[in-house]
Write a protein that binds this ligand. Structure first.
Ligand code: NOJ
Length: 524
C-alpha cells in the first residue's frame, strides 16, 4: 500500500493548514470566528497554496476546553454555525481542490455529554462502562497517583454513585473507557458519519492516550524532566501510551481506506521517543500521519533539527510519510519559540518546513510570521493554564485573532466588537499589507508552497543529508538542494551549485556565500 497509485495518498508532499476556527474570521459580530468566515476566506487559502485545512474542534461543547470537551459528536457548535454550514464549507472547499479535516476527540468527552450524564445517574446505567470509574484506594482517597493536565489528581469523587471518575485533562473532561467494546462501536459510527459527509480525515486528539492500564497501576516517577513523556514529575506509563491503542487505529484505518479518496488519520502523538512515534504507523496499517513533537521542541539549530529529521526518517517504516509542524494551539508559535520574532529566522524556518519530505502542517498566521501574544490575565480564556503561569504559559498566546489587516480589530471582526481574545501586532504584520508587498514573508511563503507543490505533490521525496560545517544544514530532497545557515554570520559553505530557485534573502550575486540566517533552495 505504500505506493501512491492514482494519487490516492493525497497527503504525501501536501501542506495542511491548521485553522483555529474561533480566531479565523467573525462574520456574525459575536467576537468569535465561525464557519462562514472560513468559507469567506477559502480563496485566500487557495491563493496561499495549501492542500487542506484541519479545523480545531467544531462539535458542540460547553467550551471548558474550547471544543476539546465534546458534548455531541455528530453536530456543529452553534457559535460556529450549523451542520449545513459545514456541508457548504466542505463542498466549497472541494470545488477549489481543498480537503477539510476535523478534530476528533476520542480520549474523553465533556461531562455534559449525554453518555456521561447517563453514566453518572447510577452504577448500572447503560453508559456507566463508557467511562473509567474506580473505588477509593484502600486507605481512602483517589484510586492511584495519576495527575491531570493541571497537576491536580486525575480523579474526581462522584458522591451520588460513590466512585471516582478519571480525567486526564480538566475535571469536566471525563476519560472514556476504551476497554469497553461499545465505545469502539460508537466511534466507528462517528468516524463513518463524518467520512460519509465528505470529511477528508481527522486530526486525532490525544492519540497516544486512549487506553489506560486495566489495573490502574501508579505511574512511576520520571527519571528526568521530560516534556513529552512525563507530567508533573510522573512518567505517563500507565495513564497513557498503552499498547492496546494501536488496535483502535488499525480498525479506523480499514474504515478510512474503504473510502475514495482514502480518508486521512493524523494523530496527535505526544511522545518523545521516535521509536514510539514510528509505532503509530504500524505496518502501514495504523495512522497515515503522526505529529512529530520532538521536532517541534528541538532547538532552532542546524544540529538539533537535522538530527531529529535524520533520526525520524531512519525510524519510520519504509514508505511512511513524516509529518512536520512547528506551531499549534498548545505549543505556541514558532516565530516566537524558534525565532524570537526575527524575520530572517522566520523565513529560514518556513524554508525548512516547506522542503522537508512528507507532509507539512502550517498553523494559521505562520505564513505572515505571527508571533505569540501576551494576553493579560484578565483576558485569558484557557482554563488549562495554571495560576501563576506567565503569559508564555497560557495557551491563549497562540490563539489570538488572525491578522487580516492593520485595523484595531485586525480585520477579524467588525469595528466596535470585542474579539474573544485580544489581537496581536496587526499593524506590524497582517495579510493585506504582506499580500501587497512582493518581499513579504507571506509572498515568500506562497512561493515556497508553489515550489513544494511543483516538486513534491503526491510523493514523499527522497532526503539525503549533505556534509556541512557546524551551524549549517545542507540536504538534497527530491531534485532540490537546500542549504540553511543557522548562524548570525556568513556561512562557510558556498551557495549550492545549480540554479537558485529561492532564497530567504536578497542575494548580492548568484554564487555569493549565504548570509546570516539565510537559506537557499537550488535545483541540482
Ligand atoms: C490536546 C489538544 O490539542 C489540547 O488543546 C487539549 O486541551 C487536550 N488535547 C485535551 O483535549
Amino acid at each position: 500500500m505504500s505506493e501512491n497509485a492514482g494519487g490516492q495518498r493525497w497527503w504525501q508532499g501536501a501542506v495542511l493548514y491548521q485553522l483555529y476556527v474561533r480566531s479565523w474570521l467573525d462574520t456574525d459580530g459575536d467576537g468569535y470566528g465561525d464557519l462562514a468566515g472560513i468559507i469567506a476566506r477559502l480563496d485566500y487559502l487557495c491563493w496561499l497554496g495549501v492542500d487542506g485545512i484541519w479545523l480545531s474542534p467544531t462539535m458542540p461543547s460547553p467550551d471548558e476546553d474550547w471544543g476539546y470537551d465534546v458534548s455531541g459528536y455528530r453536530g456543529v457548535h452553534p457559535d460556529l454555525g450549523s451542520l449545513e454550514d459545514l456541508g457548504r464549507l466542505i463542498a466549497e472547499a472541494g470545488a477549489r481542490g481543498l480537503k477539510v479535516l476535523l478534530d476528533l476527540v476520542p480520549n474523553h468527552t465533556s461531562t455534559a455529554h449525554p453518555w456521561f450524564v447517563d453514566a453518572a445517574g447510577s452504577r448500572d446505567a447503560r453508559h456507566r462502562g463508557y467511562y473509567v470509574w474506580a473505588d477509593p484506594a484502600p486507605g481512602g482517597g483517589p484510586p492511584n497517583n495519576w495527575v491531570d493536565a493541571t497537576g491536580r489528581p486525575a480523579w474526581t469523587w462522584h458522591g451520588p454513585t460513590g466512585q471516582y471518575y478519571l480525567h486526564l485533562f480538566l475535571d469536566s473532561q471525563a476519560d472514556l473507557n476504551w476497554h469497553e467494546p461499545a465505545v469502539h462501536a460508537e466511534f466507528e459510527q462517528i468516524v463513518r458519519y463524518w467520512f460519509d459527509r465528505g470529511v477528508a480525515g481527522f486530526r486525532i486528539d490525544v492519540a497516544n492516550g486512549l487506553y489506560k492500564d486495566a489495573k490502574l497501576r501508579d505511574n512511576p516517577p520520571a527519571a528526568a524532566p521530560d516534556r513529552l513523556g512525563a507530567r508533573f514529575g510522573q512518567q505517563m506509563k500507565y495513564s497513557a501510551n498503552r499498547p492496546e491503542t494501536h488496535a483502535v487505529f488499525r480498525d479506523w484505518r480499514q474504515i478510512a481506506e474503504g473510502y475514495r479518496p482514502p480518508r486521512l488519520l493524523l494523530g496527535e502523538t505526544w511522545v518523545g521517543d521516535l521509536g514510539s512515534l514510528a509505532g503509530f504507523y504500524g505496518h502501514d496499517d495504523e495512522l497515515q500521519l503522526a505529529f512529530n513533537f520532538p521536532f517541534v521542541f528541538a532547538r532552532f539549530t542546524a544540529q538539533d533539527l537535522s538530527r531529529v529529521v535524520g533520526a525520524t526518517l531512519a525510524r519510520l517504516p519504509a514508505g511512511a510519510c513524516p509529518a512536520w509542524t512547528a506551531s499549534n494551539h498548545d505549543v505556541g508559535r514558532f516565530p516566537t519559540r524558534w525565532c524570537g520574532g526575527d524575520e530572517r529566522k522566520v523565513r529560514l524556518a518556513l524554508l525548512v518546513l516547506a522542503t522537508l519530505p512528507g507532509t507539512t502542517v502550517l498553523y494559521y498566521g505562520d505564513e505572515i510570521g505571527m508571533t505569540d501574544v501576551a494576553v493579560p490575565p484578565a483576558l485569558r480564556r484557557d482554563k488549562m493554564s495554571r495560576e501563576g503561569d506567565g503569559w508564555e504559559g497560557s495557551r491563549d498566546r497562540a490563539r489570538t485573532p488572525m491578522q487580516w489587516d492593520g485595523s484595531p480589530s485586525a480585520g477579524f471582526t467588525a469595528d466596535g466588537v470585542t474579539p474573544w481574545l485580544p489581537c496581536g501586532d496587526a499593524a506590524a504584520r497582517n495579510v493585506a499589507g504582506q499580500r501587497r508587498d512582493p518581499r513579504s514573508v507571506l509572498r515568500f511563503c506562497r512561493a515556497l508552497l508553489d515550489l513544494r507543490r511543483a516538486e513534491f505533490a503526491g510523493t514523499v521525496a527522497r532526503y539525503e543529508m549533505l556534509p556541512a560545517p557546524e551551524g549549517q544544514w545542507a540536504y538534497r530532497v527530491g531534485g532540490l538542494t537546500v542549504v540553511a545557515n543557522f548562524s548570525g554570520w556568513p556561512a562557510a559553505l558556498p551557495c549550492p551549485a545549480g540554479e537558485v530557485l529561492l532564497s530567504t534573502a536578497e542575494r548580492p550575486s548568484p554564487r555569493a556565500p549565504l548570509g546570516a540566517w539565510e537559506g537557499v533552495i537550488s535545483r541540482t
